[in-house]
Design a binder for this molecule. Sequence first.
Ligand code: 4FM
Length: 240
Amino acid sequence: MKIEVLTLFPEMYSAMNSGVIGRALESSAFVLNVTNIRDFSADKHKKTDDYAFGGGAGMVMTPQPLHDAINSIDPEHKCKRIYLSPKGKVFNQAMAVELSKAENLMFVCGSYEGIDERVIQLDVDEEISIGDYVLTGGDLPTMVVINALSRYIPNVLGNMESTEEESFSEGLLEYPQYTRPFNFLGLEVPEVLISGDHAKIAKWRFEQQVEITRQRRPDLYEKVKEEVEAKLAPKKKRRR
Ligand code: 4FM
């Protein structure tokens, strides 16, 4: 996958050179190309913002640098062009999976009070929000979305099983994890996990997922309630 990012703060993306994403970028499982929108300003002072028509506090990003950057980087419109803002469709795991299937993506990052609406109208395919809070720009949301979708690109996580069986893929929150030591500051690992009985472990983990989801995220639980309760119904011991 090739990802284009248009931003006024390209240095922020150096944060993505370490960790899982960094390793994926090295192995060229995907390519990240970051462009400074300012490089496309036709203004003699390289200005990228101006006062809002109608007045009000704060500056608005002017359309020229954004429109020219978008269309010179993606002249044939091969990219799905995404604008991150609180007005977008709220991002979720299903959207991460869908985006991970694209060959070319472009993230357009706004700063200041907003971008000129005509850029969204002319040049953007999809508007996405990462949640109901207001940040100072689209860069952190862009990194959040890239991070989430990268886990579905083969070779990024290394192990696609762990993405499949995980929270949200099944509509439930994850079960608690434990590693050594068995006793940490007097807190012991649940005995079932060292029983060696894999069916019993799977059952315990599923019950934990259900209970945690029911308590913490009743909204999620309602969606999977039917399915979960059918699966939890006491099973008759198989006759042999
Ligand atoms: C976006 C500020 C564009 C200025 C923002 C501009 C956000 C969110 C967000 C702030 N984006 N989900 N929440 N953006 O707060 O996606 Cl020009």
